[in-house]
Design a protein around this ligand. Structure first.
Ligand code: TYD
Length: 249
Protein backbone atom coordinates (compact mmCIF):
# COMPACT_ATOMS: atom_id res chain seq x y z
CA UNK A 1 0.00 0.00 0.00
CA UNK A 2 1.25 3.46 -0.91
CA UNK A 3 0.30 6.31 1.44
CA UNK A 4 1.31 9.87 0.56
CA UNK A 5 1.36 13.14 2.49
CA UNK A 6 0.85 16.48 0.80
CA UNK A 7 0.52 20.16 1.68
CA UNK A 8 2.43 23.42 1.60
CA UNK A 9 5.81 23.77 3.29
CA UNK A 10 5.38 24.06 7.06
CA UNK A 11 1.98 22.33 7.21
CA UNK A 12 3.27 19.59 9.54
CA UNK A 13 2.98 16.65 7.13
CA UNK A 14 6.50 15.33 7.72
CA UNK A 15 5.87 14.95 11.46
CA UNK A 16 2.58 13.18 10.75
CA UNK A 17 4.18 10.87 8.17
CA UNK A 18 6.77 9.87 10.77
CA UNK A 19 4.18 9.32 13.51
CA UNK A 20 2.10 6.92 11.42
CA UNK A 21 5.18 5.15 10.05
CA UNK A 22 6.43 4.56 13.62
CA UNK A 23 3.02 3.32 14.70
CA UNK A 24 2.72 0.79 11.85
CA UNK A 25 6.30 -0.38 12.41
CA UNK A 26 5.57 -0.86 16.14
CA UNK A 27 2.61 -3.02 15.12
CA UNK A 28 5.06 -5.29 13.28
CA UNK A 29 4.41 -4.17 9.70
CA UNK A 30 7.18 -3.50 7.22
CA UNK A 31 6.82 0.21 6.64
CA UNK A 32 9.16 2.46 4.63
CA UNK A 33 9.20 6.21 5.11
CA UNK A 34 10.43 8.17 2.09
CA UNK A 35 10.62 11.85 1.21
CA UNK A 36 10.51 13.56 -2.15
CA UNK A 37 12.67 14.65 -3.74
CA UNK A 38 15.17 12.11 -2.41
CA UNK A 39 15.33 8.57 -1.07
CA UNK A 40 18.04 7.09 -3.33
CA UNK A 41 21.60 8.19 -4.03
CA UNK A 42 20.71 9.71 -7.42
CA UNK A 43 17.54 11.27 -6.04
CA UNK A 44 19.39 12.89 -3.11
CA UNK A 45 21.88 14.45 -5.55
CA UNK A 46 18.97 15.79 -7.60
CA UNK A 47 17.44 17.12 -4.36
CA UNK A 48 20.54 19.21 -3.71
CA UNK A 49 20.37 20.66 -7.23
CA UNK A 50 16.68 21.48 -6.80
CA UNK A 51 16.57 22.90 -3.30
CA UNK A 52 19.99 24.28 -2.47
CA UNK A 53 19.42 28.03 -2.37
CA UNK A 54 23.20 28.57 -2.51
CA UNK A 55 23.32 27.68 -6.20
CA UNK A 56 21.78 31.09 -6.75
CA UNK A 57 21.33 30.55 -10.49
CA UNK A 58 17.73 30.79 -11.72
CA UNK A 59 16.35 27.45 -12.94
CA UNK A 60 13.96 27.12 -15.88
CA UNK A 61 10.51 25.81 -14.94
CA UNK A 62 10.87 22.94 -17.40
CA UNK A 63 14.23 21.92 -15.91
CA UNK A 64 12.69 22.03 -12.44
CA UNK A 65 9.78 19.79 -13.50
CA UNK A 66 12.07 17.27 -15.18
CA UNK A 67 14.43 17.12 -12.20
CA UNK A 68 11.58 16.42 -9.75
CA UNK A 69 10.40 13.72 -12.17
CA UNK A 70 13.90 12.24 -12.52
CA UNK A 71 14.24 11.98 -8.75
CA UNK A 72 10.83 10.27 -8.57
CA UNK A 73 11.53 7.84 -11.43
CA UNK A 74 14.62 6.58 -9.62
CA UNK A 75 12.82 6.32 -6.26
CA UNK A 76 9.91 4.39 -7.76
CA UNK A 77 12.10 1.92 -9.62
CA UNK A 78 14.72 1.43 -6.92
CA UNK A 79 12.64 1.51 -3.74
CA UNK A 80 8.87 1.90 -4.01
CA UNK A 81 8.01 -0.77 -6.56
CA UNK A 82 10.13 -3.53 -4.96
CA UNK A 83 8.66 -2.64 -1.55
CA UNK A 84 5.07 -2.75 -2.81
CA UNK A 85 5.77 -6.09 -4.50
CA UNK A 86 6.71 -7.63 -1.15
CA UNK A 87 3.56 -6.10 0.39
CA UNK A 88 5.35 -3.49 2.49
CA UNK A 89 3.62 -0.22 3.29
CA UNK A 90 5.33 2.76 1.70
CA UNK A 91 4.74 6.20 3.18
CA UNK A 92 5.92 9.01 0.99
CA UNK A 93 6.31 12.60 2.14
CA UNK A 94 5.17 14.23 -1.15
CA UNK A 95 4.55 12.49 -4.47
CA UNK A 96 2.92 13.26 -7.82
CA UNK A 97 0.31 15.68 -6.39
CA UNK A 98 3.15 17.99 -5.32
CA UNK A 99 4.24 18.31 -8.94
CA UNK A 100 0.73 19.17 -10.08
CA UNK A 101 0.30 21.72 -7.27
CA UNK A 102 3.79 23.32 -7.40
CA UNK A 103 4.94 23.02 -11.04
CA UNK A 104 1.42 23.02 -12.51
CA UNK A 105 -0.54 25.56 -10.48
CA UNK A 106 2.43 27.32 -8.82
CA UNK A 107 4.70 27.71 -11.85
CA UNK A 108 1.92 27.62 -14.43
CA UNK A 109 3.28 24.77 -16.58
CA UNK A 110 0.55 23.05 -18.65
CA UNK A 111 -1.16 20.32 -16.61
CA UNK A 112 -1.14 17.92 -19.58
CA UNK A 113 2.69 17.96 -19.55
CA UNK A 114 2.79 17.39 -15.80
CA UNK A 115 0.45 14.41 -16.05
CA UNK A 116 2.53 12.81 -18.82
CA UNK A 117 5.80 13.38 -16.98
CA UNK A 118 4.32 12.04 -13.72
CA UNK A 119 3.05 8.94 -15.54
CA UNK A 120 6.44 8.36 -17.12
CA UNK A 121 8.20 8.69 -13.76
CA UNK A 122 5.84 6.40 -11.86
CA UNK A 123 4.75 3.96 -14.56
CA UNK A 124 1.18 5.00 -13.69
CA UNK A 125 1.49 4.23 -9.96
CA UNK A 126 -1.20 6.08 -7.96
CA UNK A 127 -1.24 6.32 -4.14
CA UNK A 128 -3.90 4.27 -2.34
CA UNK A 129 -4.49 7.05 0.14
CA UNK A 130 -3.30 10.66 0.33
CA UNK A 131 -3.45 13.02 3.29
CA UNK A 132 -3.54 16.66 2.33
CA UNK A 133 -2.70 18.72 5.42
CA UNK A 134 -4.39 22.05 4.96
CA UNK A 135 -3.26 25.14 6.88
CA UNK A 136 -3.52 28.88 6.21
CA UNK A 137 -0.44 30.21 4.39
CA UNK A 138 0.26 32.71 7.23
CA UNK A 139 0.43 29.90 9.78
CA UNK A 140 2.78 27.90 7.52
CA UNK A 141 5.08 30.91 7.15
CA UNK A 142 4.95 31.56 10.91
CA UNK A 143 5.88 27.91 11.63
CA UNK A 144 8.82 28.06 9.24
CA UNK A 145 10.27 31.23 10.83
CA UNK A 146 13.81 30.72 12.01
CA UNK A 147 14.42 27.75 9.68
CA UNK A 148 16.42 28.88 6.64
CA UNK A 149 14.25 28.83 3.50
CA UNK A 150 15.32 26.57 0.60
CA UNK A 151 14.94 27.60 -3.07
CA UNK A 152 11.25 26.61 -3.22
CA UNK A 153 10.34 27.97 0.22
CA UNK A 154 11.61 31.43 -0.64
CA UNK A 155 8.83 31.79 -3.23
CA UNK A 156 6.19 34.53 -2.84
CA UNK A 157 2.90 34.33 -0.93
CA UNK A 158 1.10 34.53 -4.30
CA UNK A 159 2.96 31.42 -5.48
CA UNK A 160 1.84 29.50 -2.39
CA UNK A 161 -1.77 30.63 -2.80
CA UNK A 162 -1.70 29.14 -6.33
CA UNK A 163 -0.21 25.92 -4.91
CA UNK A 164 -3.04 25.73 -2.34
CA UNK A 165 -5.56 26.30 -5.14
CA UNK A 166 -3.96 23.38 -7.00
CA UNK A 167 -4.20 21.10 -4.00
CA UNK A 168 -7.87 21.97 -3.48
CA UNK A 169 -8.62 21.26 -7.15
CA UNK A 170 -6.93 17.87 -6.77
CA UNK A 171 -8.90 17.08 -3.61
CA UNK A 172 -12.14 17.87 -5.45
CA UNK A 173 -11.12 15.72 -8.39
CA UNK A 174 -10.11 12.68 -6.30
CA UNK A 175 -12.38 12.69 -3.25
CA UNK A 176 -11.99 8.92 -2.69
CA UNK A 177 -8.21 9.07 -2.51
CA UNK A 178 -7.38 12.48 -1.06
CA UNK A 179 -8.38 13.22 2.54
CA UNK A 180 -8.14 16.87 3.48
CA UNK A 181 -7.06 17.21 7.11
CA UNK A 182 -7.28 20.45 9.10
CA UNK A 183 -3.64 21.14 9.90
CA UNK A 184 -4.46 23.72 12.59
CA UNK A 185 -5.75 20.91 14.88
CA UNK A 186 -3.36 19.51 17.49
CA UNK A 187 -0.68 16.98 16.43
CA UNK A 188 -2.45 14.30 18.52
CA UNK A 189 -5.88 14.91 16.94
CA UNK A 190 -4.44 14.85 13.43
CA UNK A 191 -2.52 11.66 14.17
CA UNK A 192 -5.70 10.08 15.55
CA UNK A 193 -7.68 10.93 12.40
CA UNK A 194 -4.90 9.64 10.14
CA UNK A 195 -4.57 6.41 12.16
CA UNK A 196 -8.31 5.72 11.88
CA UNK A 197 -8.30 6.25 8.12
CA UNK A 198 -5.16 4.15 7.55
CA UNK A 199 -6.49 1.30 9.68
CA UNK A 200 -9.78 1.37 7.79
CA UNK A 201 -7.91 1.23 4.48
CA UNK A 202 -5.64 -1.57 5.73
CA UNK A 203 -8.74 -3.48 6.85
CA UNK A 204 -10.20 -3.21 3.36
CA UNK A 205 -6.93 -4.36 1.90
CA UNK A 206 -6.77 -7.37 4.22
CA UNK A 207 -10.38 -8.33 3.50
CA UNK A 208 -9.60 -8.13 -0.19
CA UNK A 209 -6.44 -10.24 0.22
CA UNK A 210 -8.34 -12.89 2.21
CA UNK A 211 -11.05 -13.08 -0.44
CA UNK A 212 -8.41 -13.72 -3.09
CA UNK A 213 -6.74 -16.40 -0.95
CA UNK A 214 -10.10 -18.08 -0.35
CA UNK A 215 -10.86 -18.05 -4.05
CA UNK A 216 -7.45 -19.51 -4.82
CA UNK A 217 -8.04 -22.23 -2.26
CA UNK A 218 -11.26 -23.18 -4.07
CA UNK A 219 -13.46 -22.42 -1.09
CA UNK A 220 -17.02 -23.34 -2.21
CA UNK A 221 -19.11 -20.58 -0.61
CA UNK A 222 -16.70 -17.98 -1.97
CA UNK A 223 -16.94 -19.46 -5.41
CA UNK A 224 -20.69 -19.19 -5.23
CA UNK A 225 -20.36 -15.61 -4.10
CA UNK A 226 -18.01 -14.92 -7.00
CA UNK A 227 -20.50 -16.41 -9.42
CA UNK A 228 -23.41 -14.35 -8.21
CA UNK A 229 -21.38 -11.14 -8.30
CA UNK A 230 -20.21 -11.83 -11.83
CA UNK A 231 -23.67 -12.91 -12.95
CA UNK A 232 -25.08 -9.71 -11.53
CA UNK A 233 -22.86 -7.75 -13.87
CA UNK A 234 -24.63 -9.40 -16.77
CA UNK A 235 -21.35 -10.72 -18.18
CA UNK A 236 -22.48 -14.36 -18.32
CA UNK A 237 -19.72 -15.63 -20.59
CA UNK A 238 -17.08 -14.31 -18.19
CA UNK A 239 -19.04 -15.61 -15.23
CA UNK A 240 -19.22 -19.07 -16.78
CA UNK A 241 -15.49 -19.15 -17.55
CA UNK A 242 -14.42 -18.12 -14.09
CA UNK A 243 -16.78 -20.55 -12.36
CA UNK A 244 -15.80 -23.44 -14.58
CA UNK A 245 -12.15 -22.72 -13.98
CA UNK A 246 -12.69 -22.51 -10.22
CA UNK A 247 -14.62 -25.79 -10.14
CA UNK A 248 -11.91 -27.51 -12.18
CA UNK A 249 -9.21 -26.44 -9.70
P1 TYD B 1 11.34 19.81 1.62
O1 TYD B 1 12.50 20.44 2.31
O2 TYD B 1 11.29 18.33 1.55
O3 TYD B 1 10.11 20.47 2.26
P2 TYD B 1 8.74 19.94 2.79
O4 TYD B 1 8.99 19.55 4.20
O5 TYD B 1 7.86 21.12 2.64
O6 TYD B 1 8.31 18.79 1.93
O7 TYD B 1 11.25 20.45 0.19
C1 TYD B 1 10.59 19.96 -0.87
C2 TYD B 1 10.22 21.16 -1.71
O8 TYD B 1 10.09 20.77 -3.08
C3 TYD B 1 8.92 21.78 -1.31
O9 TYD B 1 9.04 23.18 -1.34
C4 TYD B 1 7.97 21.35 -2.39
C5 TYD B 1 8.84 21.17 -3.58
N1 TYD B 1 8.37 20.16 -4.56
C6 TYD B 1 7.95 20.57 -5.81
O10 TYD B 1 7.94 21.77 -6.11
N2 TYD B 1 7.55 19.63 -6.72
C7 TYD B 1 7.58 18.30 -6.44
O11 TYD B 1 7.21 17.46 -7.30
C8 TYD B 1 8.03 17.89 -5.15
C9 TYD B 1 8.10 16.43 -4.79
C10 TYD B 1 8.42 18.85 -4.24
Amino acid sequence: MLITFEGIDGCGKSSQAKLIADRLTDQGMECLLMREPGGTEHSEQIRTMLLDAKHGMPMSHAAELLLFAASRAQLVQEVIEPALKRNAIVICDRFTDSTIAYQGYGRGLPLAYITSVNDLATGGLVPDITFLIDIPINLAIHRRKGIGDDRMESESRLFFSRVVQGYMALAQKHPDRIHVIDGSDSMEDIHHTITRLVEYELGNDLRHAHRMIDLDAGNRPRRAEGKSILAATGDFAYSFDVTAEAIAS
